[in-house]
Design a protein around this ligand. Structure first.
Ligand SMILES: Nc1ncnc2c1ncn2[C@@H]1O[C@H](COP(=O)(O)OP(=O)(O)O)[C@@H](O)[C@H]1O
Ligand SMILES: [Mg+2]
Ligand SMILES: [Zn+2]
Length: 458
């Protein structure tokens, strides 16, 4: 048998058989199935992977199911017709993808054919996916059919972009808006799929996947599949990190709250940990932006979200400042040569830009001109220093310009930058905060040292 992707294997067969959420839609549809008051055209709109096509197929089975002599509230999935729909070869259920068949020909063809009675069932059901992609002519032709639909025809139009559909079409349809699924629902569903697949999915790991899927069940299942391919049987949060280059929400909350507390040391420690896990820093910024967005929605009262107060951000301006920096960092990220360093810089800048409270630094600022004594000093290996220089150059040309004249030594546990005697200006500049930020990170990354002092040679 051909390999079938997980999300197809787990397409719910009925409203009560694995279909999650969208209760408002299920209830209304089941009522009309029971009372027999069916519409001739339905419009299913909503984000991708939220159950539009799935619902269309369940509805197509329910109106036609041969287990009774009228439409049923739940398809039997055993009769000839239900089975044919499940296999995608039912004569009476015609699926059209407007993204690939946009044109007038197909719709005309459809208009000619709707008049023929269904072969096996009670209704001919036309499911037109991504209906917003139809051309204007095709919409006009469709409208003609919708104006006088034969009694035995039901149209189900599905779209992710309802605003692109002509009002004349919308007004002929009964409209259902599919909502993004909540993280809890998605996480629970993923665990049940994992269990059926014989995989152990840890709760926290499920939560990470659910957060990443942003309301779409198909994406959630796709992500699970990716992780299964990577981790085989036991799925832990660490494996999700590694497979997807992503991090769980609790750690993101920790990161944001450290920034809000201006605790640079804690921020760097977290980023270091993420880096060692092989995390994708671009993805981190994307996730961060999403988290902040949810918090903003909460703080402004625009939407109820379940974000904890642990973020440490209380006001909309604070959140927006942070979002702004993250977003611009993300924009620059295509040019990143050192993602970790770039991310560290963004976060430190955020710490510095937040108004309240003093910045908590890990180390004391370096002293200019340390007293000159004879000490055990070691030169820094040439190629290591080249790495430092190129890292710094990639981040800040001016820091690089001041740094490149220095001769580096390692003395005790700190780095000494030695300049020729008449380089006083260099000594003054190289310790300014804007350069210090860049240098400390580069030193730490390449040399494992984050303290430096400056002196002149006599
Ligand atoms: N509400 C839901 N409940 C359970 N699974 C769902 C739901 N929505 C989507 N899925 C999963 O995602 C897959 C794709 O869903 P689909 O209905 O085609 O989404 P849409 O048409 O809205 O893009 C399904 O096969 C199923 O595995
Ligand atoms: Mg679909
Ligand atoms: Zn049936």
């Amino acid at each position: 048998m051909l390999y079938q992707s997980l999300y197809r294997q787990y397409r719910p067969m009925g409203f009560q058989k694995g279909f999650i959420g969208q209760e408002h839609i299920v209830r209304t549809l089941q009522n009309s199935l029971q009372t027999g008051r069916l519409a001739h055209a339905y419009l299913f709109s909503g984000p991708r992977g939220t159950g539009k096509t799935t619902t269309a197929k369940i509805l197509a089975k329910a109106v036609n199911c041969l287990s009774a002599d009228k439409p049923v509230m739940e398809p039997c999935n055993r009769c000839e017709l239900c089975l044919a729909v499940n296999q995608g070869n039912a004569m009476d259920v015609i699926e059209m993808d407007a993204a690939t068949n946009r044109g007038i020909e197909e719709v005309r063809d459809l208009r000619d054919r709707v008049k023929y009675a269904p072969a096996l069932g009670r209704y001919k059901v036309y499911i037109i996916d991504e209906v917003h992609m139809l051309t204007t002519e095709a919409f006009n032709a469709l409208l003609k059919t919708l104006e006088e639909p034969p009694a035995h025809v039901i149209f189900i139009l599905a779209t992710t972009e309802p605003q692109k559909i002509p009002a004349t079409i919308i007004s002929r349809c009964q409209r259902f808006d599919f909502r993004p699924l909540t993280e809890d629902l998605i996480a629970t569903h993923l665990q049940s799929i994992a269990q059926q697949t014989g995989v152990n999915l840890n709760q926290e790991a499920a939560n990470i996947l659910a957060f990443r899927a942003q309301g779409g069940m198909r994406d959630a299942i796709g992500l699970l599949e990716q992780v299964i391919a990577f981790a085989q049987e036991d799925i832990t949060p660490e494996q999700v990190w590694q497979a997807l280059g992503t991090v769980d929400k609790a750690r993101l909350v920790e990161l944001v709250s450290s920034m809000a507390a201006k605790d640079i040391g804690a921020v760097l420690k977290l980023l270091d940990e993420f880096g060692n896990m092989g995390l994708d820093f671009r993805q981190l910024l994307t996730d961060l932006l999403e988290l902040l967005r949810e918090k903003l929605l909460q703080v402004t009262g625009a939407r109820k979200t379940k974000i904890s107060d642990d973020l440490g951000l209380k006001t909309a301006p604070e959140i927006m400042t942070m979002m702004d920096s993250v977003a611009s960092g993300l924009q620059d990220s295509r040019r990143w040569t050192h993602p970790r360093l770039a991310t560290e810089l963004i976060m430190i800048k955020i710490c510095n830009s937040l108004k309240s409270g003093p910045v908590r630094e890990q180390k004391q600022p370096p002293a200019v001109k340390s007293p000159k004594k004879v000490k055990q000093e070691k030169p820094v290996a040439g190629e290591k220093w080249d790495d430092v220089l190129s890292l710094v150059k990639g981040e800040s040309i001016s820091s690089y310009a001041w740094l490149k004249e220095a001769t580096p030594f390692i003395e005790a546990d700190s780095l000494v930058l030695e300049y020729p005697g008449n380089y006083g200006l260099h000594c003054e500049n190289i310790v300014k905060p804007e350069h210090r930020q860049v240098l400390v990170l580069a030193f730490r990354q390449v040399l494992g040292i984050d303290v430096y002092t400056v002196r002149t040679r006599e």
